[in-house]
Design a protein around this ligand. Structure first.
Ligand code: FES
Length: 110
């Protein structure tokens, strides 16, 4: 695993698992969820988001998603720019314009 750029992700103390649409990713603890989506996209190749759709400042609801916070029993609406990563956070529905990357296809054996 590459070391995350501290100018983008801040000082990373540890990585914690979050679940996104049923897939588990290890991301820096405590960062905004929207930044974790970027981490998953650019560092783990696990997500594709159209970042031109995002305001990044809690203005227009462009990062609305459905989440299950750690310890919660039911999903609830949330904004990825306002929620921070914590161990066990689950993203049930990604914001519009984001989707998981398709799994890498394996080369057929010769
Ligand atoms: S990034 Fe626009 S409301 Fe969160």
């Amino acid at each position: 695993m590459r070391s995350p750029n501290p100018k983008i992700y801040g000082h990373v103390e540890r990585f914690v698992p979050i679940e996104v649409n049923g897939q588990v990713f290890e991301v820096p603890d405590g960062i905004p969820l929207i930044r974790a989506f970027q981490y998953i996209q650019f560092e783990l190749d696990g997500l594709v988001c159209d970042w031109t759709l995002f305001c990044f400042n809690d203005t227009i609801g462009c990062c609305d998603c459905t989440l299950t916070p750690p310890g919660a029993s039911a999903p609830e609406p949330g904004r990825a720019c306002c929620v921070r990563v914590a161990p066990g956070l689950r993203v049930d529905v990604l914001p519009e314009g984001c989707r998981l990357s398709p799994p890498a296809t394996e080369e057929p054996a010769p």
